[in-house]
Write a protein that binds this ligand. Structure first.
Ligand code: FE2
Length: 343
């Protein structure tokens, strides 16, 4: 990004004050940069480490999340990946782009600096960004994220359903604890009647959408290759909420204490988070198992959907290869073993 570039966010102070607090759509200018052209995306897909790139395919029914499946990217070039997602039925999460591509690093810090200029009370840290490239008809199932985030939309159009945060009818408190403690991949049960509580937005290039921390949401692409940047961050408040949910989970499951209150202030909340921190310092909090992504599907830009079945599968995806190996039991069934634990 050139030094002379002007503001990237066109949000007003009022809009910036709502970031992370209520569902809101404001404007930005990222789609005018040359970072998101076909050729720039092909180059990025070619050079980005494959253990930081997740490819998935999904069905067309937002109620059937079992159709969400990983797809392996082995031996696909950047050009192959781009052609497959442009024509097929795929979703790419390209993680931590700011670590591997300096222009994305500059862009991310500029966006966060601009939000803080507009709203000095917005104090974020641990900012991270995932570049999302998805097919014209792709969708993302109903879920909630642990950390606050917002989506800078750059190409194509999509419909986003945003549901109220903290509504226990929409997401069970214990599921939310599992999400905070990384025991669950943000998956929560969905019913069509939840939509009565949703705010629905149609967004296009130049729109940024933000919602409150933990607000469930789902997405359906409407047209064109979709390209967005998901910006994730933490604040003092969001970290405190995480501690409270993780403390409740730990004390209930491991120490059988009736901890359920999600109050974020007061003596009992402080005591609980203090005790949790102490136990964490002693290394006494179980580490959640990492998930291995295994699949029978591999990218093929010439195949319908942008992928084909692997005849001698399943395989570990490139995303999981640094952490796991695949072994077979006597019945010939494949299973993943975390590296270091392999025989
Ligand atoms: Fe999300």
């Amino acid at each position: 990004m050139s030094k002379k570039s002007s503001r990237l966010l066109l949000a007003t102070k009022t809009e910036a004050a709502s970031f992370g607090r209520m569902p809101i759509v404001a404007k930005h200018k990222l789609h005018k940069l040359d970072l998101f052209s076909d050729s720039a995306l092909i180059e990025l897909l070619e050079t980005h480490p494959r253990d930081h790139l997740q490819a998935f395919t999904m069905g067309t029914d937002c109620e059937n999340r079992h159709e969400w499946q990983p797809v392996d990217t082995a031996s696909a070039t950047g050009k192959d990946l781009f052609a497959a997602v442009a024509r097929g039925h795929l979703w790419f999460n390209i993680h931590r782009v700011q670590l591997f591509h300096p222009r994305f690093r500059d862009l991310l810090s500029q966006v966060f600096a601009e939000i803080s200029q507009l709203n000095p009370r917005f104090k974020s840290f641990n900012q991270n960004t995932t570049l999302i490239i998805s097919s014209p008809q792709a969708l993302v199932y109903y879920h909630a994220d642990a950390q606050p985030n917002f989506l800078l939309h750059v190409r194509g159009s999509k419909r986003v359903w945003v549901y109220p945060a903290g509504d226990r009818d929409l997401i069970d408190q214990e599921l939310m604890e599992d999400i905070f403690a990384s025991y669950m991949d943000e998956e929560v049960p969905y019913k069509a009647q939840f939509d009565e509580k949703a705010k629905v937005f149609e967004i296009g290039p130049g729109d940024v959408i933000s919602w409150p921390q933990n607000a469930p949401h789902r997405v359906t692409n409407l047209a064109g290759l979709n390209v967005s940047l998901s910006a994730v961050y933490e604040t003092e408040e969001s970290s405190r909420r995480k501690l409270i949910y993780c403390a409740n989970r730990l004390f209930r499951k491991s120490y059988h204490l009736p901890t359920r209150s999600v109050k974020e202030s007061g003596v009992s909340s402080s005591l609980k988070t203090f005790a949790y921190r102490g136990i964490r310092k002693l290394g006494m909090i179980p580490v959640p198992p990492r998930r291995a992504y295994i699949t029978n599907l591999r990218i093929n830009p010439d195949a319908a959907g942008g992928f084909q079945r692997i005849d001698d599968g399943p395989v570990l995806t490139e995303f999981s290869k640094k952490e796991f190996v695949l072994e077979k039991n006597p019945g010939g069934e494949a299973f993943a073993v975390a590296l270091g634990k392999a025989r």
